[in-house]
Structure formats: C-alpha cells, structure tokens
Design a protein around this ligand. Structure first.
Ligand code: MN
Length: 359
C-alpha cells in the first residue's frame, strides 16, 4: 500500500511559506480536497488553520481521532456546540485571515464576518497552486486509477451487445471499476449512442444500442482519492464512410495534441494543436469545448487546456487530451487520454486502443 504520509509535512511547509504573499496572519483551508492534500484526512467537516509557524486541524467528534493521528504535524482541535470553528479562529488572536473564496459559502462568509473582527481576504489558489504539480505518490495514484479505467474499457468491449441500453453499459462500467479497486466514481458516467452521441455530456438513457451507432463512453473512478478520466468511442456493427472519416480526424487531432505536450508549452498550445486540425478539416464549429484539463484529487483542476489556457506546462502536471466532433442529430466522436508532463515530453496514463473498434 502506497501512502502520502511522507509527503504531508513538506506540503504543509510549502503552504505555510506561501502565506506571507497573501498579506494575512493565517489561512483557513476549507476545500475538502485541499484538506486531504495537506493533512491526509478525508472529512465532510474539517478545516485547517495555517500560520507561517503553526498548523491546526479543526474538526468535530466524528473525525477527531483520525485528525489526532495526522502525519502532517498539525495540532488537532475539536469543535462542538460550545466551541465552534469561529471561536477557535478568534482564540488564536489573528488580525487578518485569508479564506478560500471558491470553497466557502456565502452563509459561512457572513457568519465569519460577523464573528471575526479582523480583516478577511482571499487565499487565492494557495493550495491549488501546489497541487498543480504532482509528486511521485500522486503520479502513482493517477497511474493506478487510470489502469482501472483501461481494464474497464477492455471489459466493456467484450460485454457490449446490440440491444443493451446506455444505462446498462454505464452500470457495467461502474460495477467493474468498483470490483477492480476503485473506491468510487470520479464523475457521473457518460454512455451515449447513435444520435445521442452528439451530446458531449449526455446522460445514459434507456436508448438501446443499435447497429450503425457510435457509442461514446466517458468514465472514471477514484483510487486513493485520485481521479481517472478517459473517453473512447466505439462503433456498433457497421460504420458509414463519413463516420470513419470523422473518427479519423478526431483520432489524429487527439494524437497530435498529445504529442505536443512538452514542458515550457502553454496549455493553450495543446488546445490549438487539436483545434487547428479539426478546423482545417471543416469541423471547427463542431468542437465547442476545451481540449483538456488537469486531473488529481478533483476531476477538473488546473491547468485548463482551452484557447485561453495561460498555464505553462511543467513536469508533474497532469492534463487530459479530449477533442471531439459533434454533429447534432447525427453522431459524435470523442477520444480522451490522461497524460503527465515529464522532463522530456509526456507520459500517457491511459493505454486503451484508439484505432476504431467495431463491435
Ligand atoms: Mn475529461
């Protein structure tokens, strides 16, 4: 069993080192994925309070034993009806506190503003900026998560038959991933066929899979908290020349964009590589989403590989490459791999076949 334990103190130290630039005495970490990243504790009610010198893990009775065993060097503090998180914050005597504005609710902000008399500011993306570059442990988790996806794709290709519904396909993928080591899904499975395959994020329906359909499956699971994400489009029974042509364009755009991944490139360069090929072939209007995104503890995280993605790729970043062509009322094709940026280029984590499979 691999473990994040040895990485936690270094992550906490890096977060503490970033507090100075926020012009705050302390930072309140509230996003569950950021809490897991820094403390190793998965909880529905846990906040970290970090100062340049100290770190606290604040939670309730349900998680306090686990919090007490944290390997990040954080001091556990239990909240209850007589001692709330706001009381704990006030007891530490800060004159300013940075909060994760995208992670807290307006209700939480209002209560904090009423009870904390110091200055409240934004923590920006303090922890997300650390998470964007994966360490060896995280890269291994992503590889293992993606390997479960590959196994599931091989399985579903042997399982699929005409007459099955999209829902049955999705359920089989989900059950198989759980059976093979996944702790849960990383997002709701997409399985869309025939005319429904032009819906980039369509939900599986009762529609039966028929000969002549494309079937697009976009699915993923979590392994030790890390997400997998892959998409394959397969054909059922037979394909028209146009289907074959469109599939070929998407495959070439996907492969070329994947090969464009290199440290020093901007995320938007990866998008442009795929988009230019699809545009040149005359399908530019049929590819309306970004080419990819980072994957880690969250299914969608930085960097964003779309036309405005400014992030410069660095070794250890993850990015999906998932161009598609969607012809409303007719059919759609998307192919997606997850890759890591390496010192010299990229490492693809999904290994499933991308040549057109006709089942
Ligand atoms: Mn994706």
């Amino acid at each position: 069993m691999i473990s994040a334990a040895q990485y936690l103190p270094g992550r906490v130290a890096a977060a503490k080192a970033g507090i100075g630039a926020l012009n705050a005495d302390a930072v309140l970490v509230s996003k569950p994925e950021n809490v897991v990243y820094l403390s190793g504790i998965k909880s529905s009610n846990c906040h970290l309070i970090l100062t340049p010198e100290d770190g606290y893990i604040v939670t309730d009775f349900r998680y306090i034993e686990a919090a007490g065993n944290n390997k990040a060097g954080l001091k556990p503090v239990m909240t209850d009806q007589s001692k709330t998180l706001f009381d704990v914050i006030n007891s530490l005597g800060f004159s300013s506190l940075a909060v994760e504005e995208e992670a807290i609710t307006y209700d939480f902000f209002r209560e904090l503003s009423g009870k904390f008399k110091g200055k409240i500011s934004s923590a920006a993306h303090l922890v997300e900026d650390l998470r964007i570059v994966k360490d060896d442990y995280e890269m291994e988790c992503l590889r293992r998560a993606e390997a479960i996806g590959d196994l599931a794709f091989t399985h579903i290709c042997g399982f699929l038959k005409e007459g099955m519904s999209e829902t049955e396909v999705a359920l089989e993928l989900e059950f198989f991933m759980r059976r093979n080591g996944a702790e849960c899904l990383s997002f709701d499975t997409i399985a869309v066929s025939g005319v429904r395959s032009s819906l980039p994020h369509g939900e599986p329906s009762d529609k039966k899979i028929e000969a002549g359909d494309f079937l697009t499956m976009d699915f993923g699971c979590k392994y030790l908290g890390y997400c997998s994400d892959m998409t394959r489009t397969v054909a059922i029974g037979k394909v028209t020349d146009e289907m074959k042509k469109v599939y070929g364009i998407v495959q070439r755009a996907q492969q070329t964009a994947l090969e464009a991944i290199n440290p020093g490139k901007k995320a938007s360069d990866i998008d442009k590589t795929a988009r230019d090929i699809i545009k040149y072939e005359g399908y530019g209007n049929c590819f309306g989403h970004g080419t990819g995104h980072g994957v880690g503890l969250e299914i969608h995280e930085a960097p964003t590989a779309n036309p405005t993605g400014e992030t410069v790729l660095k070794p250890g970043m993850s990015v999906t490459v998932e161009p598609g062509i969607y012809l409303p009322g007719r059919f759609g094709v998307r192919i997606e791999d997850l890759a890591l940026v390496t010192e010299t280029g990229y490492e693809v984590l999904s290994h499933s076949d991308k040549d057109l499979i006709i089942i």
